[in-house]
Design a protein around this ligand. Structure first.
Ligand SMILES: [Zn+2]
Length: 330
């Protein structure tokens, strides 16, 4: 069992270096993982001012990492006010003793904390859309070149652009669209930035802005709210008009695909769930590579599916795997 925690008059933990002896190297690594999982935002801890803990080439603020590791080790929630950081502090000494590097921030990383300009965000969206296009050769090295260019132009680290691209992936996911391979969606952006990103996507693609992503985000947040009250809703919802760009799809292709399916979902092989009023089996036709992503309107790019599978192909966890299986099967 751990020793009792004593406090100094100023609220700091007394004998911190001794107390932190129980922290292991693994505890620090777990704290780093937790820090990432919590989107680099730990209550009571601000951004680190002068120093970075370096792990696997990435930088972390030493204080919250130490705080998280110590909390686990002594089974007590250690907050920012319980100790101080800085060179020579028990916190830094313990981290270094465990074999981790702490470095003074370079000027470049100070610039990380400056706000993103609209121009910079728009440029990132443009780059992202280029990554999505068929002209782009998907690999990490080529993406890195683009981050470096952005980095030179706006004075932020290239890693920051990779993270921002993952934020853009998150917006694509909210929109039910495919995101760029290798850029796993990262949620740590504000609702305001989500709206801006969707706006720029619409602008770059020459499509109307529908404000869908921040709506879906609000739904997600409300789902997580344990104290949600039943809303009154609205008797007369406001109307707004959007002009849409539509793709001219071929009715013949749709009919041909429906005939090919013979009333059976081409995804799960179950019979159509019901018949329409004119006694035909009800199936929907889905484009495997979506038209907005440059897909073709051909029988080879279409599947007839039950409504369930259709939604699954848009929003399911394993939609990419499933889509690839269908592409190979057709
Ligand atoms: Zn199905």
């Amino acid at each position: 069992m751990s020793q009792p925690i004593l406090f100094e008059k100023n609220g700091r933990i007394a004998g911190l270096y001794e107390l932190s002896k129980t922290i292991t190297e693994e505890d620090i690594i777990n704290a780093i993982k937790e820090f990432e999982e919590r989107d680099r935002d730990i209550e009571s801890y601000g951004n680190s001012s002068g120093y970075d803990l370096i792990y696997n080439g990435l930088t972390y603020p030493p204080k919250p990492i130490f705080g998280l590791a110590l909390s686990k080790a002594i089974d007590f929630t250690v907050t920012s006010k319980h100790f101080s950081g800085g060179i020579g502090s028990p916190c830094f000494r313990r981290i270094q003793k465990l074999g981790f590097n702490i470095e003074a921030k370079k000027d470049a990383s100070l610039s990380e904390r400056k706000a993103w300009t609209n121009e910079e965000l728009k440029d990132s969206v443009k780059t992202y859309l280029y990554f999505l296009s068929h002209d782009f050769v998907q690999d990490k090295a080529t993406k890195k070149q683009f981050y470096n260019e952005l980095s030179l132009k706006y004075g932020r680290s290239s890693k920051a652009y990779e993270f921002r691209m993952q934020n853009i992936s998150f917006v694509f996911e909210l929109l039910g669209r495919n995101w760029v391979k290798g850029l796993k969606p990262k949620q740590n952006i504000t609702n305001n930035q989500i709206t801006l990103i969707e706006k720029y996507i619409a602008e770059c693609e020459n499509k109307p802005f529908e404000n869908l992503a921040s709506f879906e985000m609000e739904v997600k947040q409300s789902l997580d709210d344990e104290h949600i009250q039943k809303p009154t809703g609205s008797q007369k919802p406001k109307q707004s008009t959007v002009s849409t760009v539509v793709y001219e799809r071929s009715a013949k292709v749709k009919a041909w695909v429906l005939k090919r399916a013979k009333g059976v979902c081409e995804c799960c092989n179950s019979p159509a769930p019901f018949e329409t009023s004119d006694n035909r089996p009800f199936l929907e036709v889905h484009h495997l590579v979506r038209l907005v992503d440059g897909g073709s309107d051909t029988p080879e790019n279409c599947v007839a599916t039950c409504p369930n599978c259709h939604r699954l192909l848009h929003f399911g966890k394993n939609k990419d795997v499933l889509t690839n299986q269908l592409i190979n099967r057709l």
